[in-house]
Design a protein around this ligand. Structure first.
Ligand SMILES: [Zn+2]
Length: 330
């Protein structure tokens, strides 16, 4: 169906239509030769016969089916995926045992399990209660240091913005207090949890917590944006203003409403883009092509090193045109 629609739209442009057919033939050939791998849930293909470009990426997460014909690669759903499906590091511990995991939207990976023998739980004959308690505290501190070492190693392999702590009793709080500030500020959840909770349960609990946390962060970003607008701070909002800032390389973080599209146009010769419906370029008078202006801005921002944050439906951001940016300078 999309194929027919594209073909109709290209009817008056034989060279583009030819490129479309050839590019699609490469896609078909790839699909015929490469059946999905066992754990593959998504597939992204970029194909352009004219530029002799073909790239395939197999993903372990599902994607919405989409075919987009554009003059440059359509990357927005992928950028979005990166933002939403970030992995989380999870540490579950008591004073003698720890389990480390990384959790992402579709999987839990057990990374490490360790335990120590801490002098036993009961007072040993001859040892005073005080001395026993002191030794026990030392042993717990040493154990936490050990777990911190493992956590640091884990974060080097799989960078996670968020760390969740779980476990029974107060050990998790003591562990939190022992963390260096750089790691401690990434701990966004501390929850009571049985040490032997099954992995499926970990995923269920932490993925939903991560979704809540993601929404909370979205809201926090929008609130900072609103506050900065009020004091004329280092921010931009609305498509025009943000796009100008992106072009000038000023954007540090781009806030975009998930799934928002803006009808726009571009002139390939003049490299001019604009919002709305137009058939000819205001500078050179030649025909322009239609495009999603939001997608275009997101793409340019990523190319210029801006960090992307997709915000799920937020009325305040939508009132600002659905797009905002934190700037490096003005
Ligand atoms: Zn033009």
């Amino acid at each position: 169906m999309r194929e027919t629609a594209c073909r109709k739209a290209l009817a008056g442009k034989p060279d583009l239509l030819e490129n479309f057919d050839l590019s699609l033939a490469s896609v078909r050939a790839y699909l015929a030769d490469n059946p999905p791998e066992p754990k593959q849930k998504g597939l992204v293909l970029f194909s352009c016969a004219k530029d002799e470009c073909f790239e395939a990426f197999r993903l372990s997460v599902p994607l919405k089916n989409l075919m987009v014909l554009d003059t440059s690669p359509y990357i927005r759903p992928l950028a979005r995926l990166r933002d939403d499906w970030e992995s989380i590091a999870v540490v579950i511990l008591d004073s003698e045992n720890a389990r480390l995991f990384t959790v992402s939207s579709d999987r839990v990976t057990a990374r490490k399990k360790n335990g120590v023998y801490l002098l036993g739980k009961h007072k040993k004959g001859g040892m005073s209660q005080m001395r026993f308690q002191r030794l026990r505290r030392q042993a717990i501190r040493a154990f936490h240091k050990d777990v911190l070492g493992d956590l640091k190693k884990l974060l080097r392999v799989e960078p996670a913005d968020q760390i969740f702590l779980g476990g029974p009793g107060i050990a998790k709080v003591q562990f939190l207090d022992s963390l260096p500030p750089g790691i401690r500020k990434r701990v966004t959840e501390v929850v009571d949890l049985d040490l032997n909770v099954p992995e499926g349960e970990i995923r269920r609990r932490f993925v939903s917590l991560a979704a809540v946390e993601e929404r909370r962060q979205d809201r926090a970003h929008v609130e900072v944006l609103l506050a900065e607008i009020l004091k004329d701070g280092l921010v931009a909002h609305g498509w025009d203003e943000v796009t100008k800032a992106v072009r000038a390389g000023k954007v540090e973080v781009l806030l975009v409403t998930s799934g928002l599209k803006l009808r726009g146009w571009k002139c390939e010769r003049c490299k001019v883009v604009g919002l709305g419906d137009r058939s000819t370029c205001p500078s050179c008078g030649k025909p322009v092509s239609e495009m999603d202006a939001m997608e275009r801005t997101v793409k340019e921002a990523t190319q210029r090193g801006a960090q992307l944050e997709f915000v799920a439906r937020d009325p305040d951001l939508e009132a600002l045109g659905g797009i905002g940016a934190f700037l490096r300078y003005k």
